[in-house]
Design a protein around this ligand. Structure first.
Ligand SMILES: [Zn+2]
Length: 320
């Protein structure tokens, strides 16, 4: 049988104005680059592979609410539910020790909820027996913590997938975060899930947590940091070791997949070519485990389709 990748497509939110407004990075305010054009590029790259099949995100609203209530504080969810169309900064809802780096608006919250629906659907299909699923969701989620938003992230989609798997009896779950940035939100949320472990490979210095505070939050968190742009062989060796460890301890892997590790990413600093994702997909397929992919970052519009296609090729093999 030929392997198949189910690509779960996000529904539109309540508001068309759901692109990122701006982001504070390195002390400067930059225009936001997370919007639906990213999804269109990623989608076209995935669909170029004949083993990719599209399905709609169809988890019901109750499931979304129930899952979110496990991940985020009730006051936080309530505060997000009350924001208006106009983007607003909320210093009380930022990660410990950091200034606010993004605003929030009702359009972004609505898109984030649809992102969670997409992640839950991808997890559900995995629990029902699909080997590979891919939540094509935005905004990204891995910087969203129990009661904070940051770095384009408002609700934690990867943690939603983990919880949806646990709810359906798939446990223990391994999380592999290969976005360029450290998943401070995911780390904080899964810290209390004793049947989940987190492996992250990311750039150092870490820009999205307060200085000198990156320490694994538990023995179930493992971090590999690279100072400067790593060599591909060195990176893939560390990745293979992380996947091996997850394969030995988990029944399924949730992958927080960021394409911001390639050269030219507006929020990136590394020099990988898109073909690195063929290697990454191949290592994941070789693990033998079911893989639920959650879309995190990756903002270089001119290379995203090449990246997602390379990933599908690695995961599924080259089409016949
Ligand atoms: Zn990132």
């Amino acid at each position: 049988m030929i392997a198949e990748l189910l690509m779960v497509e996000q529904r539109s939110g309540d508001d068309d104005l759901d692109g990122a407004h701006w982001i504070l990075e390195g002390g400067r305010i930059l225009p936001g680059v997370d919007d639906n054009r990213r999804m269109a590029e990623l989608r076209s790259g995935l669909l170029r592979h004949t083993g990719v099949r599209s399905v709609e995100a169809d988890a019901d609203g109750e499931d979304v609410e129930q899952t979110l209530s496990v991940l985020h504080d009730p006051e936080y969810l309530e505060a997000l539910g009350e924001v208006s169309e106009e983007p607003v900064v909320m210093p009380e809802l930022t990660p410990p020790g950091l200034p606010p780096d993004i605003p929030v608006s009702s359009g972004l919250v609505s898109a984030a909820r649809e992102g969670v629906r997409t992640a839950i659907t991808a997890a559900e299909r995995l629990a029902e027996g699909s080997r590979f699923t891919y939540a094509l969701c935005r905004p990204p989620g891995h910087h969203a913590g129990p009661a904070w938003f940051a770095g384009y992230c408002y609700l934690n989609t990867a943690a939603a997938a983990v919880q949806a798997l646990r709810d359906r009896g798939v446990s223990p779950v391994g999380i592999l975060d290969i976005d360029l940035h450290y998943p401070n939100g995911t780390a904080a949320i899964v810290e209390t899930m004793t049947d989940a472990s987190l492996y992250s490979l990311h750039a150092s210095p870490v820009t999205n947590v307060a200085e000198l505070t990156v320490t694994p939050s538990s023995e179930r968190e493992h971090v590999v940091e690279f100072e400067g742009s790593p060599d591909a062989a060195e990176y893939l060796e560390a990745l293979a070791a992380s996947i091996d460890a997850l394969a030995g301890s988990s029944r399924a892997i949730v992958v927080s997949l960021g394409y911001d590790i390639v050269a030219g990413d507006p929020h990136g600093s590394w020099g990988f070519s898109p073909e690195i994702f063929t290697e990454i997909g191949g290592l994941l397929a070789a693990s033998g485990l079911p893989v639920c992919v959650i879309q995190e970052g990756g903002y270089a519009l001119d290379t995203l389709a090449t990246c997602s296609h390379a990933f599908a090729t690695g995961l599924l093999g080259a089409p016949a």
